[in-house]
Design a protein around this ligand. Structure first.
Ligand code: SF4
Length: 281
């Protein structure tokens, strides 16, 4: 495994938005998305569709992350003014659809360089609006067990928050083929247990799901045993399945690999080196 040189930038601009309106606004799509950073250091998911669009952002996917330093202030303004009078059913936001929210390296960087925790600040904005009657449902997508760093506030927000934990299969080795730097399956299942014990609703996102109905049942059983209460799996179109498997270099994958499960697989994550820190005014 080669070391990567990571680069962080800070976007301190007062202009721009926090919530991004989505074109589809029905019962199934999210009316809004929110991303705390541009770019994703987890960057090595073979099925990542965000990577394709990253060129227009002027970053190298998997190497550069632009931290949105003023995201919580912008969010607070938008919830207070721009979107205050929306009908209740449109007050739903998916957080982290285009970056990993709980990336420990980005979290450390923002705390060290900016003295801020944009994840906590953002959650606190939603919490405070909820307590004042402006009620938004917050769906946070993640594949990181570092979500449990925020267990205290997530527990307080359990009426309004849902964690969408990605889990492709129960096999550590196989998961590592699809996702290079995410948390191990074991750590994710442990995080689900902790969240669930705190009363936080966790839904499993098994997407892209490369197997059949029986495997989906097995994964759901394992996830539910760990406390998850929702499960969604979605298979990619045939051509995308072929594309994903092509990136891994195989034609077909079985649900369980022959290798011994490596519970500490996410240790690979720490092989990533961060060398350049750039601050942008
Ligand atoms: S964590 Fe999400 S955004 Fe980041 S590389 Fe993986 S799929 Fe893409």
């Amino acid at each position: 495994m080669t070391l990567r040189n990571l680069r962080y930038f800070v976007n301190n601009s007062r202009s721009g938005y926090a919530l991004r309106e989505q074109s589809m606004r029905d019962n199934y799509e999210f009316p809004f998305t929110l991303n705390l950073n541009v770019g994703c250091i987890f960057g090595g998911c073979k099925y990542c569709y965000v990577r394709e669009g990253s060129r227009k952002w002027g970053i190298v996917w998997g190497r550069d992350v632009r931290v949105k330093a003023r995201i919580s202030e912008k969010l607070d303004w938008e919830l207070s003014n721009k979107y205050r009078d929306l009908p209740q059913h449109l007050k739903r936001v998916q957080v982290g659809n285009a970056c990993e929210v709980f990336d420990p390296k980005v979290l450390s960087f923002t705390q060290r360089e900016l003295g801020r925790d944009s994840v906590r600040e953002t959650l606190e904005v939603f919490e405070s609006h909820w307590n004042n009657g402006n009620r938004w449902m917050v769906h946070v997508v993640t594949k990181s067990h570092y979500v449990t760093r925020y267990l205290d506030i997530l527990e307080r927000m359990r009426q309004m928050v849902q964690i969408e934990m990605t889990l492709l299969c129960p096999d550590e080795e196989l998961t590592r083929q699809f996702e290079l730097y995410s948390s191990s399956v074991e750590k994710r299942l442990r995080a689900i247990r902790q969240l669930s014990d705190a009363g936080v609703f966790v839904r499993i996102m098994a997407m892209p799901f490369m197997w059949g109905r029986n495997e989906a049942r097995e994964l759901r059983r394992i996830a539910f045993q760990s406390g998850a209460r929702g499960f969604k799996h979605k298979s990619p179109l045939r051509k995308f399945k072929g594309k994903i498997l092509g990136k891994i270099g195989i034609e077909e994958v079985s649900f369980h690999s022959d290798h011994t499960a490596d519970a500490s697989a996410s240790v690979l994550y720490w092989l990533i080196e961060s060398e350049v820190i750039a601050l942008e005014e």
